[in-house]
Write a protein that binds this ligand. Structure first.
Ligand code: UDP
Ligand code: MG
Length: 343
């Protein structure tokens, strides 16, 4: 079996200011060009940096190329997935190992332009936690990409209350302590700014360049739009109700139950007092159905509450994040523990 961990410069830990995280899935033609362009931008910045290429199960020569680059240039970190886990998982792995104070994500297909990095950093340093790229002049097919994305962006903006023009743009800069706190599963990377709002992040966007894809193929089709819309439900839930699921399920459940309950009460009334036959009344089925659905939803809400508690307690997560603590000068052990757990 191939060596799993290869450290080229021994175990020296150097301070890193900027970590660039790039998911790579079959980008063999793009990698060498991307590397050259990135290097020329980053060397000009005169800041310490690392470039983390996460190879997400490529079937072409991408990993060979990443390995070669890493052996030649100590700024490169290569991570090789066992199989294709998806772009979001690749970003997540990058976030986990990034050493920088700032993490910048981008695509590996040359559609994002490394020349935008200095501008992202500049704006981040004006006091933001996330600066998101906005592909103002997007170079993708209008019908299959740009139009669905406009609609999705509008929906996401309305639903989450985080107002960006372009959630899907991978080129983003994050303050590392924010990026590392975000749960990044499934295909959620576009929702990171929205989720970041729940940890109190300050978010802004700037226009960035966008180029057509020249080498290799896009990994996504139109079906992504539907997945994004489904994910949006989850994000809305996570943002507003993750600590109080009973409010959603129970709220709807209670309304249904009450409508059903009064419908049945009415039927009982006319049966008993007016002596009418109610067996043939559609209202009977309607009422019964509503009462049952109501009870089901309320129980789902209670189960969800229990799961939420397990979720927070199992991970020792707190439903709050402390920015700073001020007390008599020395922090008590409890204060330190709370602070560290949350930061
Ligand atoms: N990517 C990945 N795993 C996947 C799909 C894509 O790592 O399963 C990478 C891909 O190599 C590229 C980036 O994610 O660097 C964006 O993919 P793509 O260009 O296909 O998306 P699009 O620009 O078409 O939205
Ligand atoms: Mg692309």
């Amino acid at each position: 079996m191939e060596k799993k961990f290869e450290s080229i410069n021994g175990d020296k830990q150097e301070k890193v200011e900027i970590s660039i995280v790039i998911p790579i899935y079959n980008e063999e033609e793009n990698l060498p060009i991307l590397y050259e362009r990135l290097k020329s931008v980053l060397d000009r910045l005169e800041k310490s940096y690392e470039i983390i290429f996460v190879n997400d199960g490529s079937t072409d020569r991408s990993w060979e190329i990443i390995k070669d680059l890493a052996r030649k240039d100590k700024h490169i970190v290569g991570v090789n997935f066992r199989k294709n886990f998806g772009q979001t998982a690749a970003m997540s792995a990058g976030f986990d190992i990034a050493k920088g104070d700032v993490i910048i994500t981008m695509d590996g297909d040359l559609q994002n332009d490394p020349e935008d990095i200095p501008k992202l950093l500049e704006v981040l340093n004006q006091g933001y936690d996330i600066v998101s790229g906005w592909r103002k002049d997007r170079k993708d097919n209008f019908i299959t990409r740009t139009l669905p994305s406009r609609i999705a962006n509008w929906l996401i903006s309305k639903t989450t209350g985080v107002h960006l023009h372009d959630y899907g743009c991978s080129l983003k800069a994050y303050r590392s302590e924010v990026a590392k706190r975000l749960d990044n599963y499934g295909e959620m990377h576009r929702f990171l700014p929205a989720l970041a709002k729940s940890v109190g992040a300050k978010i802004t966007e700037i226009p960035v360049k966008h180029h057509p894809r020249i080498y290799g193929k896009s990994k996504y089709g139109i079906s992504r739009t539907f997945k994004v819309i489904l994910d949006l439900f989850l994000v809305k839930f996570l943002l507003d109700y993750r600590t109080k699921p009973l409010r959603v399920f129970g709220g709807v459940g209670l309304i249904l139950f009450l409508i059903g309950f009064f419908s049945l009460l009415y039927l009982i009334f006319i049966k008993i007092f007016l002596g009418e036959d109610i067996g043939q009344r559609p209202l009977l089925i309607f009422g019964t159905l509503l009462v049952l659905s109501g009870i089901q939803l309320i129980s789902t809400g209670i189960v969800a509450e229990l799961i939420t508690r397990t979720y927070y307690e199992a991970q020792e997560k707190k439903p709050y994040i402390i920015k700073e603590i001020i007390s008599d000068g020395k922090l008590s052990d409890k204060e330190k523990e709370l602070f560290n757990k949350n930061n």
